[in-house]
Design a protein around this ligand. Structure first.
Ligand SMILES: [Cu+2]
Length: 66
């Protein structure tokens, strides 16, 4: 489980964009998003850095959480 804090994810559109970006990297990824808490939880075989980069490229600012 990889978690990111994404403070500039503020609505359903943001969540959909981030989900799409992650699934473009790994279509089998499971993405759980809590918009109110600005949290993204990802179950994926992809590396944390690759996921972080995909979210960044989609226009958001992820911070990896331990
Ligand atoms: Cu939004």
């Amino acid at each position: 489980m990889i978690q990111f804090q994404v403070n500039d994810m503020t609505c359903g559109h943001c969540a959909a964009t981030i989900t799409k970006a992650v699934k473009a990297l790994d279509e089998g990824a499971r993405v759980d998003i809590d918009i109110a808490a600005h949290r993204v939880q990802i179950d994926s075989a992809s590396a944390r850095d690759a996921l972080e980069q995909a979210i960044r490229t989609a226009g958001y600012t992820p911070q990896a959480l331990p």
